[in-house]
Design a protein around this ligand. Structure first.
Ligand code: ZN
Length: 811
C-alpha cells in the first residue's frame, strides 16, 4: 500500500471514529505552550469546537482587522442556552430574569503578551468538558484575540528568530523584540487605551457587539514584565468614585477565589497594586463604567518571554507556565461568577437605574460639524441624547469655569445621566475627575467637551430637550456662482480640502476676514473659484464632496468683497498639494508615529510617506514639502533639516522631538529650566517592574501625565485658522518652553496657569506659566512648527486636529 493511500485511509478512519471535541494539543499537534499558535490556527480550533461540541458553542465573526485578519468571539454555554441565545440576550438587556451569568473573557489586546490567546483555547476546552455543569447558568463569551495583527507580528517574528530548542538566556535575539514590537495594532495604537475613544477598527467593531451583550463580568488578559509573577483583582487605588460597593466586593471575592487555586499550586501573585481603575478607556474600566465587574489580569512574560526565559531570580519562566496561569484564573473567574450569578444579575439591574449623579444634564453645543462628530461617538456607545428646545439651562460653564445660564438652541445636544449609560456619561463628561490618589499610570483628565472644543453647561437639574431636530438641507449654489465658500472650522472641512486637492481642484484661502453684506467670513475660509477650475467638473465635485462630509457650502456671484480682500488679492492664497513625509523607525515613539500615520490615512485621508531617518538626505527631502518629526529620541538631524527648511521645507515637530530644535543648534526654541527629568507613564506594563509601594511619592511632583489647561490663541495666525481665542490643551508632560521671541506664539499659556482638570506636579507647574503650546519660526523660505502637546494623542483630542492640518497646508 502506498504511503499516501494509507494516510488517506487513516484520515478517514480518524474522522469517523472521533467526532468529539479535541483538546488544543490534539488539534494543533503540539502541547499548548511549547510553540506559538498563529491566528488562523486559533480560529480553526474554535471552528472545530463549534462543529464538534454538540451545540455548546456558537461563533460570531464581528469584524476584520486592518490586515484582514478575522475578529471573532465564541459563545460557550449549555445547548439549551446556545439554542436561545438571542432571547437570553434581549431578556438580559431589558432586565428580565434569566438566571444566567454572562462572563466575557478577552485575550491578547497587546499582541506580544502572547500567552493569553494560547490560554483561551485551553479554557474553552475545559469549560466544554470538565466544567459543563456551570454552563447551565453561565454564558462564557471568549474573544481569543482582540489584536491579531499585533499578535501575529510578534509570533511570526519569534518563530523566525528562535533557537531550536529555544534559548532561555534573556540576552539572546529571541528575547529582544524589534521596534515597534507586537504590542500595538497595525496603526501602532494601544488598543487598551481605545475602549472609550474608539478610533481603531478593532475597537469600533468590538464595541458594537459588546454593547449588545453588556456582560456581568469582563476580564482583560495581559502580561507584564517577565520578572513579575501574576496580578489579579482586586485592583489598586485610585478607583473612580462611580465604582459601586458591589463592584469592589466582587473584585475582592474573585481575587480570593483565584488566590485559592494559585495557593494550591504554589504560584506567586499580587493584588491591589499598580493597576488602578480610573482612565475610562481600558478593558477593565470601560466595562466597569458599563455595569460589569471589569478586571485586568497580568501574567509575567510579554515580548521578552519567548518560549522560556531565565528571570532575574534565576527561575526559568516558560510559555507553558504562563498559559497555565491564565487558564487557571479564567476558570476560577467563571466558577466564581457562576456561584455569584444571583447577585450579579440583581446588581447589574440595579446599576442600570438612575444613580442621581450631581450633574443631571450636560448641554453641549457649538460648531455643528464638531457636534456631529461627537454625536457619532455617542451613537457608538449607545449613549442617548436629545436636542435643545429653547428652554433655559443653568449650571457650570466649561469655557469660563463659572456658573452661567442660557437658552438652549436646537444646535445643542442634551445628554442626561438618567439613562442606562448614565455612569459612562458621568465619567466622560464631568468637568473634573475626583482623584483619591494622584499616583495613577495614565492621564487624569479627559472631559469630552474640552476634547471636542465645544461649549458645555453641566446642570444639576434635569433638562429634557426634544427628541429630534429639523434636518437642514444643504442648498447647492446656483449657476451664476463665481466662487464656492467653505468655512474652515472642523475636521469635516479638512477632509473636504484633502479630497478636493487630490482631485485636482484649485482651492484658495483668505488670510484676512471678509464679508458680503451681513455675511461675515473668518480668515481661513476656503475659496473655490469656478473660473480657474474648468479642467474639472467643479460644480459636481464640490457638491459630492460636501454631501459626503456633511458640510455646508456657500457661494458668491462676485469676487469683489464688501470688506476684506478681493479674491484676486495676494492675501488670497492658493493651497498647494503638499507632499508629506513622516519620520519612522526605532528612534521614534511608535505610538506617535502610529498616531500621525493613522491620522493621515484614516482621518485626513491624505497620502503620506513613511521615511526612515537613515534615508534622510537632501535629495530625498527635496521630494517633499512637509516633514513630520514625531515624538522620539533622534540623533541630531538639525544640520540636514536646517538647510532643507531654509530652501522652503516645513518641519512639524512634536513633544520629545523638540529637544533637537534648541538655541545651541541654531533654532529659537528654549526649554524652561528645570533640572529634574520627568518620566512618561505611557506603558504601564513596562513600568510594572517598579513595585508600587517603592515608587517615591516625591516623584509625582515632577509629573504631568495628562491634565487639561486653558490656553490663549493668537487668532490672526494662519496656524490658528478655525479657532477662537481660547483652546483647551491636554498637557502630557512637565516639559515647558519659553514663548518664541522671533516667531509665532500660536497657542500659549498665560501667567499662573493651572489645570482646569487633572493633576500637575508642584515641581513642574510653575514653569508652565507663560509657556508655549504651539509655535513656529521661519528660516529662509521655510518654517518649523513646534507642538509641545501632541494634538493627535491617542486620536481622541478632536479639537487639536485642525492645528495639525493648518500646519500641513497653511504655510
Ligand atoms: Zn497589556
Amino acid at each position: 500500500m502506498s504511503m499516501r493511500y494509507f494516510t488517506i485511509l487513516l484520515f478517514i478512519g480518524f474522522r469517523f471514529a472521533h467526532t468529539q471535541v479535541k483538546s488544543p494539543d490534539q488539534f494543533l499537534g503540539y502541547t499548548l505552550g511549547t510553540y506559538f499558535s498563529r491566528h488562523h490556527q486559533v480560529t480553526d480550533y474554535f471552528r472545530h469546537l463549534e462543529a464538534q461540541a454538540s451545540g455548546m458553542v456558537k461563533l460570531q465573526t464581528y469584524g476584520k482587522t486592518n490586515e484582514n485578519r478575522e475578529l471573532l468571539v465564541a459563545f460557550i454555554s449549555s445547548p439549551e442556552n446556545i439554542s436561545r441565545l438571542e432571547q437570553i440576550r434581549t431578556n438580559h438587556e431589558t432586565g428580565k430574569d434569566e438566571n444566567v451569568a454572562i462572563v466575557w473573557l478577552s485575550y491578547n489586546v497587546h499582541g506580544n503578551e502572547s500567552a493569553g490567546t494560547e490560554a483561551s483555547m485551553m479554557t474553552a476546552h475545559e469549560l466544554l468538558t470538565a466544567r459543563k455543569e456551570w454552563l447551565k447558568n453561565t454564558i462564557v463569551i471568549i474573544d481569543p484575540c482582540i489584536n491579531p495583527d499585533g499578535r501575529d507580528r510578534y509570533v511570526n517574528w519569534y518563530n523566525q528568530q528562535m533557537n531550536s530548542p529555544y534559548n532561555a538566556h534573556v540576552q539572546t535575539a529571541e528575547h529582544d523584540e524589534p521596534w515597534p514590537s507586537g504590542r500595538p495594532n497595525h496603526y501602532l495604537f494601544d488598543l487598551n487605551r481605545d475602549w472609550a475613544w474608539l478610533t481603531q477598527v478593532e475597537s469600533q467593531q468590538r464595541i458594537a457587539l459588546y454593547n449588545r451583550w453588556l456582560p456581568h463580568v469582563h476580564v482583560d488578559f495581559h502580561e507584564q514584565g517577565m520578572n513579575e509573577p501574576y496580578y489579579f483583582a482586586p485592583a489598586a487605588e485610585p478607583y473612580h468614585e462611580v465604582i459601586t460597593k458591589w463592584q469592589r466586593e466582587f473584585q475582592n471575592g474573585v481575587g480570593r477565589n483565584n488566590a485559592k487555586y494559585f495557593d494550591q499550586n504554589g504560584w506567586f501573585y499580587f493584588t491591589r497594586e499598580i493597576f488602578d481603575l480610573l482612565y475610562p478607556s481600558y478593558g477593565d474600566t470601560y466595562p466597569t463604567y458599563n455595569g460589569a465587574i471589569g478586571m485586568t489580569y497580568e501574567q509575567g512574560g510579554s515580548g521578552r518571554g519567548g518560549l522560556g526565559v531565565i528571570t532575574d531570580e534565576g527561575d526559568t519562566l516558560t510559555l507553558r507556565d504562563r498559559v497555565l496561569h491564565h487558564h487557571m484564573s479564567g476558570i476560577s473567574t467563571v466558577e466564581y461568577s457562576f456561584l455569584q450569578k444571583d447577585r450579579l444579575i440583581q446588581e447589574f439591574n440595579k446599576f442600570n437605574t438612575n444613580k442621581n449623579y450631581k450633574y443631571k444634564t450636560y448641554a453641549v453645543g457649538g460648531n455643528p460639524e464638531k457636534v456631529a462628530i461627537l454625536q457619532a461617538l455617542l451613537d457608538r456607545h449607545e449613549i442617548l441624547y436629545t436636542f435643545g428646545d429653547g428652554a433655559s439651562i443653568k449650571g457650570f460653564d466649561y469655557t469660563s469655569g463659572k456658573q452661567a445660564s442660557m437658552k438652549l438652541p436646537e444646535s445643542f445636544i442634551l445628554i442626561n445621566t438618567d439613562q442606562k449609560k448614565g455612569t459612562l456619561v458621568n465619567v466622560l463628561f464631568e468637568p473634573t475627575t475626583y482623584l483619591s490618589d494622584s499616583l495613577t499610570y495614565d492621564i487624569t483628565a479627559w472631559s469630552l467637551p474640552y476634547a471636542f472644543g465645544l461649549e458645555c453647561i453641566a446642570s444639576e437639574t434635569k433638562v429634557l430637550g426634544k427628541a429630534s431636530k429639523q434636518v437642514v438641507n444643504n442648498s447647492i449654489p446656483a449657476s451664476d456662482t463665481y466662487a464656492f465658500l467653505i468655512r474652515w472650522d472642523s475636521m469635516e472641512d479638512a477632509r473636504v480640502l484633502s479630497e478636493l486637492l487630490q482631485k485636482g481642484v484649485r482651492v484658495r484661502y483668505s488670510e484676512s476676514a471678509f464679508s458680503f453684506g451681513d455675511k461675515k467670513y473668518a480668515p481661513g475660509t476656503l475659496i473655490i473659484v469656478r473660473g480657474e477650475n474648468d479642467q474639472v467638473n467643479v460644480d459636481q465635485l464640490v457638491k459630492e464632496v460636501a454631501q459626503n462630509n456633511n458640510i455646508t457650502v456657500e457661494s458668491t456671484t462676485t469676487g469683489m468683497v464688501d470688506t476684506g480682500k478681493d479674491f484676486g488679492s495676494s492675501a488670497v492664497k492658493l493651497i498647494e498639494q503638499k507632499r508629506i513625509a513622516v519620520l519612522t523607525g526605532d528612534a521614534s515613539s511608535s505610538l506617535n508615529v502610529g498616531e500621525v500615520w493613522h491620522f493621515m490615512e484614516n482621518e485626513l485621508n491624505y497620502p503620506v510617506s513613511m521615511l526612515n531617518p537613515s534615508y534622510l538626505s537632501a535629495s530625498v527631502l527635496s521630494s517633499y514639502d512637509v516633514l513630520i518629526v514625531p515624538e522620539g529620541w533622534y540623533s541630531d538631524l538639525s544640520g540636514t533639516l536646517k538647510s532643507w527648511v531654509s530652501s522652503g521645507g516645513t518641519v512639524i515637530a512634536i513633544g520629545d522631538a523638540l529637544s533637537m530644535f534648541n538655541k545651541d543648534n541654531g533654532f529659537s526654541l528654549e526649554a524652561k529650566q528645570d533640572n529634574k527629568s520627568d518620566e512618561k507613564k505611557e506603558d504601564r506594563h513596562e513600568h510594572a517592574h517598579i513595585p508600587y509601594d517603592k515608587l517615591e511619592r516625591e516623584s509625582v511632583k515632577d509629573l504631568i501625565t495628562g491634565a487639561i489647561f486653558k490656553c490663549k490663541v493668537e487668532t490672526t495666525n494662519p496656524l490658528a485658522f478655525g479657532y477662537g481665542d481660547t483652546y483647551f490643551t491636554l498637557k502630557l508632560s512637565g516639559n515647558a518652553y519659553n514663548w518664541i521671541e522671533d516667531g509665532g506664539n500660536v497657542v500659549y499659556l498665560d501667567k499662573d496657569s493651572k489645570p482646569v482638570s487633572g493633576f500637575a506636579g508642584c515641581n513642574v507647574l510653575p514653569k508652565q506659566s507663560e509657556s508655549l503650546v504651539i509655535g513656529h519660526e521661519h528660516m529662509g523660505g521655510g518654517m518649523l512648527v513646534y507642538m509641545i502637546d501632541n494634538p493627535l494623542f491617542r486620536g481622541f483630542w478632536e479639537n487639536g486636529k485642525l492645528f495639525f492640518v493648518n500646519a500641513l497646508f497653511f504655510n
